[in-house]
Structures are given as structure tokens and as C-alpha cells.
Design a protein around this ligand. Structure first.
Ligand code: PBG
Length: 327
């Protein structure tokens, strides 16, 4: 009779462990978020995100060529908009000659095969820093915001975006954007929906990068309460019904349970956003010598895949690509 069960047999050697490994981190599944700013020949490191830069378009193109050569298939673009171009309605967001529109066109010329994903939300473009329009009582108004988001999405599709990614959390925007894209001949432009996006303090460094922190109030009337699970499924089912192609959970690390539940709830690909604060924590602890940043990075990203993420947006994408390339 069997005296002892010996699970350790399958952990004895690297070859055995590789054979039985259940989760694989691959560069194929990574989306690299990148920041673009106006000007020439300049890159500025984001102080709270060591290793991440805001690039002017010329340097961004060089960087994209480099990361594409490393195997990265997809980038998500975020614009740093000068204050002079912000207003309370975010009109610069759908300027056909705006920074994002110009950037998308240039990337599609220079590195045509990399997938270009554009952000749909007003916060980089508004003086008040909210993702939507604000009325005289300080309320973020839903349907008028959706109209602007539709214009923004269309201008990005016209510029050549492969995928638009609404990160604003207004109700009904996925359906409105899908309808407008289809009506204008952009049936093939995909929608990556930030479906379960929580009102999180983990976005701090990103708001530093874009100087987009809300000037007053918070985002709790549109982004979700971190205490809620079932509400995430409500949002996911609505976005699926409205035509989303990929569903996203954001942030990722403190929401692995949500990733797992969403994965069970849908057949669509599930993306997780390893957000700026998650990146900053690992970098800060690594700089102090308190953790081995590279190992913690790989373990963290693997945990997101294990939880069910098919796709990960991560500022670590380039580092991961460099490490995986060496194997
Ligand atoms: C805003 C937006 C945010 C992020 C992506 N799009 C911040 C916010 O909602 O305030 C955060 C990304 C990150 O922290 O890495 N539309």
C-alpha cells in the first residue's frame, strides 16, 4: 500500500518542472502602454515610474521599432496634452491633427504590423481632469460624454488605430462606439473594453505621467467600488452585449479574484491592466534592495495569467521581452 504521497517527484528538476508547468508568460500576450508628448528629440522619465518615459514622436517611433524587434506585438498609447490645449470639454481629443491622431498615423507608416491601441477617455484633455464632461453642479454627465467619446473613437479609427480602448466607465459607450465605427466603415476596428475598472489609488503614478489627476472630487461616481465583485460581472455582461471584443479588469494585482471570476463568466479574451502603482511598488522596493525586482515582476505577471488573464497590459513589457528573449 502507498505509504506517502510524493508530489515533490514532479518538482525534482528544471526539466520536470517545465513539463508540468500550468502557466506560461509570453511576450505574445503583452501590451506595452506608452506615453507620447509634443516636441522633438526628447524623452523624460516619469519620476514615479523608473524606466518609463514620455517620448516625443520621433523618439517614440525609434522605441517602438526596438520593442517590436524584441517581440512586442501591441502598444497602448496615452498622450501628454499641454495645458494650453485642454478645455472643460476635451475638444482636443477628437482633433484630426491632434497628438494621438498624428502619432497613430506615424506609427502605422513606420512599424505597420504592431497593433496600435488608443485610449478613449477625456481625462488627458480636460482642464478638470475627469474622464467625462462635468456640469455646473460638478456631476459627470453620462450621455453627452458618450457623444464626445464616439467622436474621439472615430478620429482614432480614421488615423489608423487597430483597437480603441474606452477607459472612461460611462454607461452605454461600448454600444455607441461600436455603432459609430460600423456606420463609418470601421467594422474591423476592435474594442478593448475597460469593463471592470475600479476607483483605485493604484493609478497615482499614471496621473503624474499625464498630469491628469482630477482637480476636484474623485472618480467614484463612474469607476467601481473596490469592495464589489458581482457588479464587475454586471459591467462585463453589458459590455459583451454592446459589442466588446476583449474585456478588461483593472487594476490587476489586488483584483486577481475578479480576473478569475470574469474569466469564468465569458468566452471573450480577458485582459488585465498591471497598473502604474503596481509597477511603482516593485520598482521602489527593488531600488531599496528590499526585493529582487526582476523575480517579483515575473511572479506577479505569472499570477495574473494564472488567475485567468489572456492578455496583460504592463509597463514591464519591454523588460519581460528582454528576459524571455534570452532563453
Ligand atoms: C484614465 C486612465 C487611467 C489609467 C488609464 N486610463 C487613470 C484613471 O482612471 O484615473 C491608469 C493606468 C495606470 O495607472 O497605469 N482614463
Amino acid at each position: 500500500m502507498l505509504q506517502v504521497n510524493r508530489p515533490r517527484r514532479l518538482r525534482r528538476s528544471p526539466a520536470m518542472r517545465r513539463l508540468v508547468s500550468e502557466t506560461t508568460l509570453t511576450v505574445d500576450d503583452l501590451i506595452y502602454p506608452m506615453f507620447v508628448m509634443e516636441g522633438e528629440n526628447t524623452r523624460v522619465e516619469v519620476s514615479s515610474m523608473p524606466g518609463c518615459y514620455r517620448y516625443t514622436l520621433d523618439l517614440l517611433l525609434a522605441e517602438i521599432a526596438e520593442v517590436y524587434a524584441l517581440g512586442i506585438n501591441a502598444i497602448a498609447l496615452f498622450p501628454v496634452v499641454p495645458n494650453a490645449k485642454k478645455d472643460d470639454k476635451g475638444t482636443e481629443s477628437y482633433n484630426p491633427e491632434g497628438l494621438i491622431q498624428q502619432t497613430v498615423r506615424a506609427i502605422k507608416q513606420a512599424v505597420p504590423d504592431i497593433l496600435v491601441i488608443t485610449d478613449v477617455a477625456l481625462d488627458p484633455f480636460t482642464t478638470h481632469g475627469h474622464d467625462g464632461l462635468v456640469d455646473e453642479n460638478g456631476i459627470i454627465v453620462n450621455d453627452p460624454t458618450v457623444e464626445v467619446l464616439v467622436k474621439m473613437s472615430l478620429s482614432q479609427a480614421i488615423a489608423g488605430a487597430d483597437m480603441v480602448a474606452p477607459s472612461d466607465m460611462m454607461d452605454g459607450r461600448i454600444g455607441a462606439i461600436r455603432d459609430a465605427l460600423d456606420a463609418h466603415g470601421f467594422e474591423d476596428v476592435a474594442i478593448l473594453a475597460y469593463s471592470a475598472k475600479y476607483a483605485s489609488a493604484y493609478y497615482g503614478p499614471f496621473r503624474d505621467a499625464l498630469e491628469s489627476a482630477p482637480k476636484s472630487g474623485d472618480k467614484k461616481t463612474y469607476q467601481m467600488d473596490p469592495a464589489n465583485t458581482r457588479e464587475s460581472l454586471k459591467e462585463v455582461y453589458l459590455d459583451i452585449a454592446e459589442g466588446a471584443d476583449i474585456i478588461m479588469v483593472k487594476p490587476a494585482l489586488a483584483y486577481l479574484d475578479i480576473i478569475a471570476k470574469v474569466k469564468d463568466a465569458t468566452d471573450l479574451p480577458v485582459a488585465a491592466y498591471n497598473v502604474s502603482g503596481e509597477y511603482a511598488m516593485i520598482k521602489a522596493a527593488d531600488e531599496r534592495g528590499w526585493i529582487d525586482g526582476k523575480k517579483v515582476m515575473l511572479e506577479t505577471l505569472t499570477s495574473m495569467k494564472r488567475a485567468g488573464a489572456d492578455i496583460i497590459l504592463t509597463y514591464f513589457a519591454k523588460e519581460v521581452a528582454q528576459i524571455l528573449k534570452k532563453h
